[in-house]
Design a protein around this ligand. Structure first.
Ligand code: PMP
Length: 427
């Protein structure tokens, strides 16, 4: 599978015209070094770069492509939709169909609004929660990522359970002073936040996929639900990544905990730009045009994107057994990596949930962001470079989750493990 990459200078060319050569920072390979391949096409579990190299793709567009690249059903739905017109800015039937299919899965979610990205979904959900409760403070967890809106681009001040400070220039401190930061899987830090502010909502990835993969503990998430009830705060589960990925109903299948609002993205759009937030009727009805909380979008509910999403969600509902198959493959991959690492005295720990996997070059299995940060990221960079050269496309950062898609077969997984055992001495 290994082919030498011939440099065509496209990355240099890209940097002349596009900031950093990319339209989303992680794609520039800054944390692992080297140049990103420019992708020509995908086919099932594989992608091909413009130099003709083939890679087994463990990123799958960062999650959306659960059926792999060029899934025929999704493609056909997109083509048929395009034939009717790409956008109307007016209501269409397919939005209603997708809304029904999604809400049918979640008895505690009554109404939905579609947007164009995960960032928009969480940003709008927070505005709605603030509008509903009339309280400005929110709690977010270290290591969870909810997109790049101002009040969520926050890092810890001194110590956990503290007022957040902006993690990017351009975000006024005034905007983040209402964001309190708590520690993942640590209910005491949540209690401190509730005591120190007037908290209207808590946002969390119940299955955290942005510090590699760290699942919330069932007891912790249960206590979080209770504490939100106690203080009358809205609980938002951000399932942009885990929704329809960790399981058909995301974290709801795994923990059975009912959030007040759930945000979706990635799989719900089948690879097209879609986000959504769904919630309890009394909260959602505060949203414009029914209620006073404003939210809108020229391309929201776009018929082409909705058609792709509808096809994928229907297909998942018709074939729920795929989650077990995907999980078995993810486990096989991680067990293989773990054994090889052990044989080579490399600290290695991992998590698998449904089609998602995350691993750490770390003595222990991390439960929060501080522990994730004890992992050996230099070793991850070497792992990444060597696997890429050998035709395996893993996330170009130690802080990302990996994804299995249905066209990935046993042989693909075995090849990946064999290749790891060949390059392990290099890392
Ligand atoms: N929430 C979560 C949990 C995410 O993983 C992401 C993106 N990785 C987002 C929100 C933001 O989504 P988008 O990139 O579509 O804006």
């Amino acid at each position: 599978m290994y082919q030498k990459r011939v440099k065509m200078g496209i990355f240099n060319e890209a940097q002349k015209y596009i900031v950093g050569g990319v339209n989303s920072p992680v794609r520039a390979f800054k944390s692992v070094g080297g140049e990103p391949p420019f992708i020509e096409k995908g086919e099932g579990a594989y992608i091909f770069d413009i130099e003709g190299n083939k890679y087994l793709d463990y990123i799958q567009s960062w999650g959306p492509l659960i059926f792999g690249h060029c899934d025929k059903d999704t493609q056909n739905a997109i083509i048929e939709a395009v034939k009717k017109g790409v956008s109307f800015g007016a209501p269409t039937k397919v939005e209603v169909e997708l809304a029904k299919e999604v809400l049918e899965l979640f008895p505690h979610l009554n109404l939905i609004r579609f947007v164009n990205s995960g960032t928009e979904a969480t940003m709008s959900a927070i505005r709605l929660a603030r509008g509903y409760t009339g309280k400005d403070d929110i709690i977010k967890f270290e290591g969870c990522y909810h997109g790049h809106s101002d009040s969520l681009l926050v890092s810890a001040g001194s110590g956990a359970a503290t007022f957040g400070v902006p993690s990017s220039p351009g975000v006024p401190a005034d905007f983040t002073k209402h964001t309190l930061l708590a520690k993942y899987n640590d209910i005491e830090s949540v209690k401190k936040c509730f005591e120190s502010g007037d908290v209207g909502c808590v946002i969390i990835e119940p299955i955290a996929g942005n510090m590699s993969l760290v699942p919330g503990e069932k007891e912790f998430l249960g206590e979080l639900r209770e504490i939100c009830n106690h203080y009358g705060a809205v609980l938002i589960f951000d399932e942009v990544m885990s929704g329809f990925r960790a399981s058909l109903r995301g974290s709801f299948d795994i923990y059975g905990i009912k959030a007040d609002i759930v945000t979706f993205g990635k799989v719900i759009g089948g690879g097209m730009p879609v986000g959504a937030f769904a919630g309890k009727k009394e909260i959602m009805e505060k949203l414009s045009p029914v209620g006073p909380v404003y939210q809108a979008g020229t391309l929201s509910g776009n018929p082409v994107a909705m058609s792709a999403g509808l096809t994928v969600i229907k297909k998942l509902k018709e074939n729920p057994e795929i989650y077990k198959e995907l999980e078995d493959k993810a486990k096989k991959l991680m067990e293989g990596f773990s054994e090889t690492s052990k044989e080579n005295n490399i600290d290695f720990n991992y998590n698998v949930i449904g089609s998602m996997f995350g691993f750490f070059f770390n003595k222990k299995l991390p439960k929060n962001f501080d522990e994730v940060n004890e992992s050996d990221t230099k070793r991850y960079a070497k792992f990444h470079n060597n696997m890429l050269k050998s035709g395996f496309y893993f996330a170009p950062s130690a802080y990302e989750t990996g994804f299995i898609c249905t066209p990935m077969n046993e042989k693909d997984i075995e090849n990946t493990i064999t290749t790891y055992s060949k390059i392990v001495k290099e890392i």
